[in-house]
Design a protein around this ligand. Structure first.
Ligand code: ADP
Ligand code: MG
Length: 371
């Protein structure tokens, strides 16, 4: 397998127009026509790549998606607020409008690829968070243009590659969040690689239901219960919560045991679970964390996520946190600098750990300068 080409493999970039696929899918709030960026981490994260190119005389054209506009322009998903912030951070750099305004992006339409690369000499992918999708801007340009991975993508591949191939053991995967069916495949694949799973967040209720516990009105994917049963019967330990915080049928805040009464909604792991999870994380030598332990956006349900985040920060293990919401939780608790690596991609980091490759990486390895 060729290696993924790095920026240095582009050779002389002076005077060249370089298309940089960035991940500027930043969180925003406010009315549709007055959106404000609430965290510019992803824009700042692209600067090392942009500066490598501009300081060597290249003209940089950035392109990104933002949200899910479903193939049509809309004020809500306009790149305008990002363009303003980018102009402050990297003057003279261009930014195309939201790639997903054109259905050709997600449809991987060759005509859209042609539009994207018209007048462009080279391509750089620095959008790890989108590298698991075979979209036009990810897999199209490297078919014809000299191409490279940007600094951010390169570091992701290095860190996650090591975690996949040669983790220090015990290797513990801490999983939570809301997208159960999305992540079950990964759990299955990671069974071979990790020594234990910790499962909290919305995910845990499908597992608890698979163990026969009543989960009340908590989010639970009934059609995945069989898969969860098989995973629980597999050889890799799966640690589940032993207490749950949530709202009872009357909407009153409560700490429950592991059985939720009818109508109750589990929205965070309880203090006993958080303490047990902390012990496991402290004893690990590699930790990968994706997905908050509860609905941490509501301060009433943030303590499980905060305790686990603190353990991930305190453990001597090599720690990687992946996922937009998990990274946001870390930032909220001001613990970003206490972990070894914050991955910019949730789905991408899981898929890379699972498969060891991504469509966007394979595309770069096939570029004319890498073949
Ligand atoms: P990430 O972005 O880190 O990959 P996800 O997107 O999978 O994580 O999940 C994050 C979301 O999961 C958060 O918005 C959080 O509120 C939600 N969540 C976590 N636990 C629960 C729960 N018990 N019930 C409902 N939603 C939950
Ligand atoms: Mg998310």
């Amino acid at each position: 397998m060729n290696r993924v080409p790095a920026l240095e493999d582009l050779g002389d970039v002076s005077g060249k127009r370089v298309l940089v696929r960035t991940d500027f899918n930043v969180p925003m709030e406010g009315p549709d026509d007055q959106r404000v960026i609430t965290d510019d981490f992803r824009i700042r994260a692209a600067l090392p790549t942009i500066e490598y190119l501009t300081s060597r005389g290249a003209h940089v054209v950035c392109a990104s998606h933002l949200g899910r506009p479903k193939g049509a322009p809309s004020a809500k998903y306009s790149m305008e607020p990002v363009r303003k912030r980018l102009a402050e951070l990297a003057p003279g750099v261009d930014l195309l409008e939201n790639l997903r305004f054109n259905p050709g992006e997600e449809g991987n339409d060759p005509t859209f690829v042609d539009d994207l690369i018209r007048g462009i000499d080279m391509y750089v992918n620095d959008a790890f968070g989108a590298a698991h999708r075979s979209h036009a801007s990810i897999v199209g340009p490297p078919r014809t243009l000299p191409s490279a991975a940007g600094r951010l993508l390169h570091r992701e591949v290095e860190v996650l590659g090591d975690m996949r191939e040669k983790p220090k053991r015990p290797f513990v995967a801490v999983l939570g969040g809301a997208k159960v069916s999305d992540k079950l495949g990964v759990i299955e694949a990671l069974q071979q690689r990790v020594d234990a799973f910790i499962i909290g967040g919305g995910m845990c209720f499908t597992f608890l239901a698979a163990q026969g516990y009543p989960v009340g009105d908590s989010i639970c994917e009934r059609d995945q219960i069989e898969t969860c049963k098989q995973l629980l019967a597999g050889g890799t330990p799966i640690h589940l919560p032993e207490d749950i915080i949530g709202l009872d049928a009357q909407g009153v805040y409560q700490t429950f045991g592991i059985r939720l009464p009818e109508g109750a909604k589990g929205l965070d792991i309880g203090p006993g679970s958080a303490a047990a999870f902390t012990d496991i994380i402290m004893d690990a030598r590699s930790v990968f964390w994706n997905g908050p332990m509860g609905m941490f956006e509501d301060p009433r349900f943030a303590s499980g996520t905060k305790t686990v985040a603190q353990a991930v920060a305190d453990t001597k293990a090599f720690t990687v946190v992946g996922g937009g919401d998990s990274a946001a939780a870390l930032a909220q608790f001001k613990l970003e600098s206490e972990v070894d690596h914050v991955s910019t991609g949730g789905g991408a980091s899981l898929e890379f750990l699972e498969l060891g490759d991504l469509p966007g990486l394979a595309a770069l390895r096939g570029a004319p300068n890498a073949r």
